[in-house]
Write a protein that binds this ligand. Sequence first.
Ligand SMILES: [Zn+2]
Length: 376
Amino acid sequence: MAESGSITDESLLLPDVVTSDCEEFLNRYGPFDDLPDTIKDEYSADQTCLRNSQSAFHNVLCQESLLSEGYCTQQLAAQHSQYNGLSMVPPPIPTATSEMPSTDEYPGPHNFEIEVDSKFAGRNLMYSSSLNKLFITVNRVMYMGFRCTSVASDVYVRALLIYSEAQHFKEPVVRCVFHKVPKHDLNKDVDIELIEYVLHADHSKAIYDKDVRSGRHSVRVALDRLQAGAEWVTVPYRFMCKSSCDGGMNRRLTEVIFTLESERGDVLGRRKMKVRICSCPKRDKDKEEADAANNENQTVSGGKRKLAPHPDPRNEQVTKRKCEGFLQQIFLTKEDFLDATVLAEARLKRRLCDENRNPSEEEKILLKKYENDLKH
Ligand SMILES: [Zn+2]
């Protein structure tokens, strides 16, 4: 991604017409030290004005560049007031919400970890550790625990809901037409500006970002310090649409990417969790776990099929009865039976001869039987 730093070279920002005016001034009036005081003052004022113009021009270009790169509009507005000084350089553009965000697990330098707080698991919220998947009803609060080793400055956790299947991956996840109607019961306490966000953080310091280039919505929360005796820093979240919502997620598979980020938006760690927002978390969890176990039984690592199980003895008996019935139908006369016996005996003897070996015990019994049959 292009960094805004690429346009900080001031030579690029110096308007040519102003530069040539200064040079002409110096050429015309000679060295600066020899100039009369009145002209010196005028020239200094021009230079100050020129520097201010450069800075202002630089700032405008930086802001335009950020917008063209898709920097979050809400962040930019906040930043504008925060970084109003001409010498302040805006933070770099975060990549965690780009069109193709990474989904690789990354503990990072601070060993970032996440955990669903199971204390609140119940009928409306279930977590499957074998599937790494959360099953939750709409608008139900989920308490998510975060942990990382100590960091020198403030860090944030960003939660981004994405489609996990390749064919929908690039599409941002937004609420369905039905649920984003402002008068819907679910939206009683929802800020109108956040009406499209599926994932909300019930946190007073939550910052909602929209990446204007990718269209992705995400929510960031400054991670508090660990409380005494606690292992996790907890942040509550809610999902405001179902996975099955028509005109929204439309039964597509989703997962949440949690990124640990610096104030500048640098990713310091990444974790992910599949999520299904549904009406019956227990039923769906049990079914998906059973399906996964069934699939695992049929496959071994590398995707190869396991060997077929041992045949059921009852099936062997059925097969034997079928063979006996078949033989009774074939051997209608004694001559037919003798012909078949001669043929079978000849074939077995030829095989022994070809393979240059003595008959096995089983084959000896068979040869004896052929012999007896042919005698009678
Ligand atoms: Zn919906």
